[in-house]
Design a protein around this ligand. Structure first.
Ligand SMILES: [Zn+2]
Length: 263
């Protein structure tokens, strides 16, 4: 059964860094993918937030985000223009509402978003808001919720247990890694020279390491937030796999991981 996928990322480039290879794989398998980008990713470079001064840079970034969505095969990229690196100044409800709106309109089966322990405040806020928007109300359409890592944010956090990225789902992207790196070139202005972790070399090395961890040539790794299987949907017995507030995996995760890798 073809699925509807929603990727909710904080900044233009996070969607490729974190989940680009998996998006390409979903598209190749006939799934429909939409991308929602919450913050604009430009204005934090000045001392004060002045959208007018950054207008040209914002336009360029928006154009790039659309080009990237097209290159990935996604149906569209929607942008909210929340203040870059200042989303912690927003009321959580104001971040949740537009995400809920997109979920209500699009009705995705699967949602990917940031790991909640990243050092970047926008990533943390995005995680909180998506978890809230995807809460398991009766009739919730989102049956799979996953958290991705983002080079130059996830690994920059102090590795205390409550912040650590603990992946349990590995998606084989050996067939899509080259294309992911190609698409990343559309965000070349966001990339840095090796050994910065947001360099082409480090992104490729991470994919290879995640792959080797799972016994494949390249992979993207995810924490499993929640997976719900129901009889009506796909013939599985009704089963709930869950996580605590940090996205740690219940016993449901291993069987899901195997199913995904074999797909
Ligand atoms: Zn980001």
């Amino acid at each position: 059964m073809k699925k509807k996928i929603l990727v909710v990322a904080a900044h233009p480039d996070d969607e490729v860094l974190g989940v680009g290879g998996t998006i390409l794989r979903h598209v190749a398998e006939g799934d429909e993918v939409r991308i929602l980008l919450l913050a604009e990713g430009v204005t934090s470079r000045a001392d004060t937030r002045d959208e007018a001064l950054c207008h040209e840079a914002l336009d360029a970034l928006h154009t790039n985000a659309q080009r990237v969505a097209k290159a990935l095969g996604a149906k569209c990229a929607e942008l909210c223009n929340f203040p870059d690196n200042r989303m912690d100044s927003m009321m959580l409800l104001d971040v949740v509402k537009p995400i809920e709106h997109v979920i209500n309109m699009y009705r995705p089966d699967v949602v990917y978003t940031h790991h909640g322990g990243d050092v970047n405040v926008d990533h943390q806020r995005t995680h909180e808001a998506v978890v809230t928007a995807c809460r398991a109300l009766p009739g919730q359409c989102v049956h799979e919720l996953y958290f991705f890592e983002t080079p130059s944010s996830t690994e920059w956090q102090m590795m205390r247990a409550e912040r650590a990225f603990l992946p349990t789902l590995y998606v084989d992207i050996a067939a899509t890694l080259a294309k992911k790196l190609d698409v990343l070139h559309l965000y070349d202005s966001e990339m840095r020279s090796f050994p910065h972790t947001r360099s082409y070399e480090a992104v490729e090395a991470l994919a290879q390491w995640r792959g080797a961890t799972a016994g494949v040539a390249a992979a993207e790794a995810f924490e499993v937030g929640r997976v719900v299987r129901t009889t009506a949907q796909n013939g599985y017995l009704s089963t709930r796999g869950g996580a605590d507030g940090l996205g740690r995996l219940s016993s449901m995760g291993d069987s899901h991981r195997s199913a995904f890798l074999a797909a």
